[in-house]
Design a protein around this ligand. Sequence first.
Ligand SMILES: Cc1cc2nc3c(=O)[nH]c(=O)nc-3n(C[C@H](O)[C@H](O)[C@H](O)COP(=O)(O)OP(=O)(O)OC[C@H]3O[C@@H](n4cnc5c(N)ncnc54)[C@H](O)[C@@H]3O)c2cc1C
Length: 546
Amino acid sequence: MNKTIELVLMPEEASDELIIKDYCARQFAVSLDSITSFQILKRSIDARSRQVKIRLLVEIYINETPPEVIFSKEQYNDVSDKQPVLIIGAGPAGLFAALRLIELGLKPIIIERGKDVRQRRRDLALINKEHVINPNSNYCFGEGGAGTYSDGKLYTRSTKRGDVHRILNILVAHGASRDILIDAHPHIGTNKLPAVVIDIRETILKAGGEIHFNTLLTDFIIQDNSIRGIKVRNINPDSSSQEYSIEGNAVILATGHSAADVYELLNNKNILIYPKPFALGIRIEHPQALIDSIQYHCEKRSMYLPAASYNFAHQIESLDYKSRPASVYSFCMCPGGIIAPCATATGEIVVNGWSPSKRNNPFANSGIVVSVDEGDFKEYKINGALMGLKYRQEIEQKAFLAGGSNLKAPAQRMMDFIGNKFSSTLPETSYIPGVQSIQIKEVLPRPIINSLRIALKEFGNKMKGYATNEAVVVAVESRTSSPVRIPRDKETLEHPQIKGLYPCAEGAGYAGGIISAAIDGERCAERISNGNYQKSLEWRKGASLI
Ligand SMILES: Cc1cc2nc3c(=O)[nH]c(=O)nc-3n(C[C@H](O)[C@H](O)[C@H](O)COP(=O)(O)OP(=O)(O)OC[C@H]3O[C@@H](n4cnc5c(N)ncnc54)[C@H](O)[C@@H]3O)c2cc1C
């Protein structure tokens, strides 16, 4: 017999399995020995009152063995001689598309401009130590995509719980902690994500899929409005740069929102794309101890509680300089984290954040971003569908120049930013390339600055102690979602003009975050498998040199 129960426990009790079991036994009036197994289904922190509690949803088995429900890797059969599907990008979308294709009996061939996770790490060290950006291997490009060196937060606004659970289970099957299946706000952590990504790679290769690192998509081969293949360039620094074509009648385009060259390629080929609203602003960093003390109503966080987080949203209804409302919200909050240099080209500053699995760094950082749309980038209309991209690029380049052209990020103390004052000193930050005291208003457009000031004051009212000069505002947080939409048919998921081209996930404007990108990758794989592709395809094996 199995039963579920909700327990509300003190943090130290919730971390002790014997105590949880004891509570369950007493609640159901059974002996401790008769509980053969118990499983926590959900875990969340309730910090609404002064005494912080942990809420657990527990399933217990009384005199019975629970079924093993973890996703198994056994369904990844050999697809080496099956019909190939080209996937551009080895981010969460590309990798999960590949796994799903294998399940469905198709052979994935992944093309990835960046390096595998181990080699990529060296380029991250170069960014932090030498302030040099490799345009093909950085915090956004390389195996695992932008998600590899992230906080690995796995929450999503997606309401399709079944899909979310499936992705979480596949991650667990590839080495992620089972905790992600139960935590209300699961996360993996930068130190643990690379091993999961490597394990996924091994599953793909073992099943006969292919992954080509250091390989840049340079063109699409299109005939009669149908995809016939792609052109790629080998950019491995150890071998001569070589361009060749790979044939294929289905291409999943999962290149993320930082691949400006892909948007330019589509635009130059007159393949329909649109400008898309997105959001930009700053990353704010507080001492983690301050956020802990505010959120947990204490002097010092209990060792049984995780680093505290927060989540804000504020709607600005109307302002005299702006005729439309703006949303300002916290984005990708990283408790116990680090502000990461996420530029993908020389001459730009982009910040984002990551945390290790223990979230044990002394800083709490979060993006605070303002929604922007065509009204904000109308001056860039001459760039057509790329207007939002050009607006974003100019702001990132301005930040680079303002920081001193050496990857130092423009920064200002929080209250100085709100009060329009230059900061004569800056607090210590986690951003390793360093920060430069600048009035952030020199970098971001005035409507963004005004919206941020209003919202930050409001956040300070909501969370007493949050508005402080101990916090530092760092510019710019500009890669929240894609500034371009690549359209696709709602049913087939193919581009409306080009049969066989599947715009996918974040770069195309259909996902935001690791989980939703993975879900979208799976959806594209399923459409390819369900469509006429398998039945009618005439395909030839392998890649042919031009
Ligand atoms: C520092 C950081 C922290 C983050 N933290 C979180 C978090 O905690 N939780 C969360 O849900 N999300 C987080 N994100 C966002 C998340 O990583 C993305 O939403 C997600 O990775 C998008 O997946 P994707 O597969 O659509 O694209 P991407 O992950 O961007 O992958 C695209 C891939 O395509 C490759 N590519 C691009 N152009 C080409 C080309 N021309 N040829 C070949 N390959 C190409 C790139 O190299 C890249 O590997 C974070 C992002 C960053 C940068």
